[in-house]
Ligand binder design. Structure first.
Ligand code: GLN
Length: 288
């Protein structure tokens, strides 16, 4: 058995077991090779006809069988790209999703490049949002909280590897933030209804349910965040929240009820309502 034959066989198995197309299955088969043998993608090509040692076969097969059971590729290889940067992920954190890049882009539009503002990311998980904001806007003071200590360890490691200046704090939403106020608060909270069949399919089955599910209608945490945000936003400060494709109306109504202004919803790359936000009234005139 040589490298190329093993990878070809593995892609067929992956494609069949997980319903992936040929291209995706090949990418995954190679990613498992890179991870199993601690080589880079170029090695796989230049060594494609190398015979495999028994040990190489065993390490590959162990990973492959987990993948065939549905365990997410991101957890198996321990990493996922977000906004062009690699983030370490473990099963203690949600796997970063391209949908969330919308939240990042909207946040970046609101963080000036040449002035320092205070930004808070609630329920940071892998840290992908907070770290991206800190790296894209070096003058911003970015704080990130999570109530899960193990998730925060992953986020802190990512910040260290990517050299991002983020202040991390263990906190159940705003609980440990006392009376601190921010110019911008962002969050990708759990928002899936607890009985939603989506939770029993694909990668999601292996992700931390506490990062995904939020009560009967999926709005438990969004309600709490909107309620508690007002007192932690400076006047004129903005709240941006990711939510489910069918939750925009409910979130806009909650924002309205809590006195937020200029409330809007934005669509993700798939054309689905994905982020809503608004401002705490009473912007102070900029001082030049
Ligand atoms: N968008 C994710 C999903 O549908 C859920 C992310 C979240 O709950 N914050 O799998």
């Amino acid at each position: 058995m040589d490298v190329i034959r093993l990878l070809d066989q593995a892609s067929l198995q992956i494609g069949a077991a997980l319903g992936l197309d040929k291209r995706e299955a090949r990418i995954e088969a190679r990613a498992l090779g890179v991870h199993a043998w601690k080589v880079d993608a170029a090695w796989l090509i230049s060594h494609d006809t190398d015979p495999l040692t028994g040990e190489m076969l065993t390490t590959y097969d162990t990973l492959l069988s987990r993948r065939l059971e549905g365990f997410p590729i991101a957890y198996l290889v321990g990493s996922r790209e977000f906004y062009g940067r690699p983030f370490k992920v473990t099963s203690d954190v949600l796997i970063p999703r391209p949908d969330t890049e919308l939240l990042v882009e909207l946040a970046l539009e609101r963080i000036p490049l040449h002035r320092s503002v205070d930004v808070l990311d609630l329920g940071t998980g892998s840290g992908c949002i907070a770290i991206t904001l800190a790296l894209e806007r070096p003058l911003a003071g970015v704080t990130a909280v999570d109530r899960s200590a193990v998730a925060l360890e992953v986020a802190q490691l990512n910040a260290k590897t990517l050299n991002a200046p983020v202040d991390f704090l263990t906190s159940d939403w705003f609980a440990a933030l006392a009376d601190r106020q921010f110019d911008l608060v962002v969050s990708n909270p759990p928002y899936i209804p607890a009985a939603d069949p989506h939770l029993t399919r694909g990668d999601v089955r292996f992700e931390p349910v506490a990062a995904l599910a939020a009560g009967v209608d999926g709005l438990d945490d969004l309600r709490r965040l909107i309620h508690d945000s007002r007192s932690h936003l400076k006047r004129g400060g903005t709240l941006l929240l990711e939510h489910g494709y069918d939750q925009a109306d409910a979130v806009l109504e909650l924002l309205c009820q809590h006195g937020f202004e200029q409330n809007l919803t934005w669509r993700d790359l798939a054309g689905l309502n994905r982020v809503s936000g608004g401002c705490r009234p009473g912007a102070v005139a900029p001082s030049g």
